[in-house]
Write a protein that binds this ligand. Structure first.
Ligand code: ADP
Ligand code: MG
Length: 347
């Protein structure tokens, strides 16, 4: 054994992290390792503790107990400026009277970096966010998405090891947000910096992340890749928060699956067949009545009340059907069928 055989420390290591505000337990028992260069998303509903975790990593809040390591160094009690991290917030307040380049350079100027170095580093940061040539503009002459990228450049110019992003796309309208999700992921891949990204939007998390940590009431319920979290939810909460809640429980589990417990089946894994049809090899199925039909363009969502109790949503691609074909199906008797490997126990 040589010392070299020790694996490199993760970019961020959280151990037993806890934060209380008076009686409120904002964050509890959080353990998480984030790898160097990883895009990790903290996903959870409002009030689940995501921002508090980010603020503790940045040093704006001190943990009540537990520890934070950055690249193997315990920084739990260090002030923000002694930590190699930068934060991008949703309301990124650029200075309106300064040019884009001056906004990006501002932090370096405060630190006393020379003018020549400031210029070249700002140009480099603007190139990284695909804003070459925009340096002379004023923020008011930029679109919302461009201003958000200036805010990102302002953080990247410090060349931090870790970038913390708290709902940075929350203020953008849907189309722009979807475009920025793809761009931000591309920028992260190019610069190779570890990103810790906070959102309450499950689609955003699924689109962008290498891994997702799902938060509920101050705790992490599950950590995994997008497909792990989506296809193998570890709890009822995760099954419901990430994707459509589609659960079989109680009597429905017993009669349809022959098992006790709560099980999740994703809507797109369910096929609709004629009522009473026999299950194929390796399949489970349940009869029911269609209670809702929602045409969503490329697909149709069917809500089916099961004879065994409860309801399931089935999503069918509209490859051969149009909105008028599906509208008349409300009230019809159907059978839902899925492959057994697509059902997961969540409780
Ligand atoms: P999220 O970012 O997931 O919406 P937060 O981390 O902001 O959640 O908040 C988690 C919980 O901690 C909430 O109940 C919130 O009201 C509480 N909280 C956060 N910051 C403070 C504070 N400075 N003082 C008191 N309570 C706080
Ligand atoms: Mg928050």
């Amino acid at each position: 054994m040589t010392p070299d055989a020790t694996p490199a420390a993760p970019a961020i290591r959280l151990r037993g992290l806890r934060k209380t505000f008076g009686d409120v337990v904002a964050v509890d028992s959080v353990d998480l390792d984030i790898a160097d260069g990883e895009f990790l998303t903290l996903l959870g509903p409002s009030g689940s503790g995501k921002t508090t975790v980010l603020r503790m990593i940045a040093g704006f809040e001190l943990p009540t107990s537990g520890s934070i390591e950055l690249a193997g160094r315990d920084v739990s009690q260090l002030p923000p400026f002694r930590r190699d991290v930068n934060t991008v917030f949703q309301d990124y307040a650029l200075f309106p009277h300064l040019s884009v380049a001056e906004n990006v350079e501002y932090g370096l100027k405060v630190k006393g970096v020379s003018k020549t170095d400031r210029r070249s580093r700002a140009a480099e940061a603007l190139a990284a966010v695909r804003l070459d040539g925009y340096g002379a503009r004023k923020p008011a002459e930029m679109s919302g998405g461009q201003r958000q990228r200036v805010a990102l450049a302002r953080a990247l110019v410090n060349r931090p090891k870790v970038l913390l992003l708290d709902e940075p796309l929350g203020a953008l309208d849907l189309k722009l947000r979807e475009q920025m999700q793809v761009e931000l992921k591309g920028i992260q891949r190019d610069v190779g910096i570890t990103f810790v990204f906070v959102t309450h939007d499950q689609e955003e998390a699924l689109t962008m992340s290498d891994r997702i940590a799902v938060f509920n009431a101050g705790r992490i319920e599950q950590v995994g890749t997008a497909s792990e979290v989506y296809e193998h939810p570890a709890s009822e909460f995760v099954a419901g928060f990430v994707g459509t809640s589609n659960l079989l429980r109680g009597e429905a589990s017993r009669s349809v699956l022959g098992l006790d417990g709560v099980f999740s089946v994703r809507p797109e894994k369910i096929r609709i067949v004629d009522p009473g049809a026999a299950n194929g090899e390796g399949e489970h199925g349940a009869d029911g009545t269609v209670s809702e039909v929602v045409y969503v363009g490329d697909a149709t969502r069917f809500v089916v009340e099961l004879d065994a109790g409860g309801s399931l949503v089935a999503l069918q691609q509209n490859t051969h059907t149009s909105s008028s074909d599906v509208a008349g199906l409300r009230g019809s008797r159907v059978r839902l069928v899925w492959r057994r490997e697509h059902e997961y126990r969540v409780a």
